[in-house]
Design a protein around this ligand. Structure first.
Ligand code: PLP
Length: 388
């Protein structure tokens, strides 16, 4: 029998990391000492009090059942409390908060709730891939908003064609940004709200890195801006904030109609988050500030080792104000894939070619600060040899 995949699978953007993945795999098999700066997955463990909370909740048989679709009320309340403390934003835990099986899940499912075949989603490029794949799965059209260094990696809403804006149902945004590590100011969000109201477009702001920042550049929540709740939602993740990528827990907050529609999609697809994980999520949100202070200090020293080290070699890298990524222009004359391939072959260093995040990522590579300072020093030393 011939197995034929659907048009929607065939129309996903090409997976451009395949070649680097293969070279990396071969290198590891050959026993080479690879420094992997490719994956955005925290290397330090989940804090112990969160693990202990899971351990305790996992032993309670009442948590062994199907979870409620909207999440347990205690977790929704903890999310609303966290928002109030962190952003001074008041949320109704019953209608304006929705637990997710990781924010990726919610992001990828949101277009199913709003996009009809042929509708447009406005998508930053380069970007975290699920904005595009979620839109394509829903039969939508991705209209790319280039994120250019000349505009501080913010999309220029003024250049979006009026006909496109008319057909647009959703706009995806992400600050602090993966992969560019750019941050945004209040004025940008104000402009987005005005634009969304004018064109009737739902704003989906991905705030996965809202807690990973340096030098007191504390990121804003989209929902802090007056009018935000009328036009959109925000996605948060416990993954980066509390080193919980494998636990699969996150949440959406904001406009109650958007939250309700997403909940409706989800209730037809999943059956909630394991309740013991939700109790651990409550514990995570109650973590005291010292955890994030230490985590951000750690990423900051790593950032300085890598960026200062490479800039001493004549590279021209701006220090990120947030996220654990460094977005690095590649030398003139090579593409991002060629440069990443060269780093892997000559230095045993994995970096992610920017073009894998979309055509406007061409000209850059992304390095993640998720390895130790010693390994980053070693990476700089290996690259130094290239310059001789
Ligand atoms: C890591 C990441 C997420 C996702 O996380 P979950 O683990 O699914 O909660 C979402 N958005 C961006 C931009 C990310 O980098």
């Amino acid at each position: 029998m011939k197995i034929e995949t659907s048009q929607r699978l065939k129309s996903l953007p090409p997976y451009l990391f395949a070649e680097i993945d293969k070279i990396k795999k071969d290198a590891i098999l050959k026993g080479r000492d690879i420094i992997d700066l490719g994956v955005g997955d925290p290397d330090t463990p989940t804090p112990m009090h969160i693990i202990e909370s899971l351990y305790e909740s996992a032993q309670d048989p009442s948590n062994h059942k199907y979870a409620l679709n909207y999440g347990i009320p205690q977790f929704r309340k903890a999310i609303a409390d966290w928002y109030l403390t962190r952003f001074s934003v008041t949320l109704d835990p019953d209608t304006e908060v929705l637990p997710l099986i990781g924010s990726k899940e919610g992001i990828a499912h949101t277009p199913l709730a709003f996009i009809n075949p042929g509708d447009v989603a406005l998508i930053p490029d380069p970007c975290y891939p699920p904005y595009k794949s979620g839109t394509i799965f829903a039969g939508g059209i991705c209209h790319i908003m280039p994120l250019l260094e000349s505009n501080d990696f913010l999309p220029d809403l003024d250049i979006i064609d009026a006909q496109v804006a008319k057909r647009a149902k959703i706009i995806f945004l992400n600050y602090p940004n993966n992969p560019t590590s750019a941050t945004c100011e209040r004025e940008f969000f104000e402009k987005v709200i005005e634009y969304a109201k004018e064109h009737n477009i739902i704003v989906c702001h991905d705030a996965a890195y809202s807690e990973i920042y340096f030098d007191n550049n504390r990121p804003l929540s989209f929902l802090e801006i007056p009018g935000a709740k009328e036009v959109g939602v925000e996605f948060h993740s416990l993954s980066k904030t509390y080193n919980m990528t494998g636990w699969r827990i996150g949440f959406a907050t904001g406009n109650k109609d958007v939250i309700n529609a997403l909940a409706q999609v989800k209730s037809n697809i999943d059956s909630g988050i394991f309740q013991a994980v939700q109790f651990a999520g409550i514990m995570a949100l109650k973590t005291d500030d010292s955890h994030l202070n230490e985590l951000n200090d750690l990423y900051k020293s790593r950032r300085d080792v890598l960026v200062d080290g490479l800039n001493k070699l004549g590279w021209k890298i701006k220090k990120p104000k947030a996220t654990f990524y460094v977005w690095i222009p590649v030398p003139a004359g090579s593409t991002s894939t060629e440069f990443a391939r060269m780093l892997l072959k000559e230095c045993d260093i994995v970096a992610t070619p920017g073009v894998g995040f979309g055509p406007n990522g061409e000209g850059y590579i992304r390095m993640a600060l998720t390895v130790s300072e010693e390994r980053l020093k070693e990476a700089v030393d290996r690259i130094k040899k290239l310059h001789k």
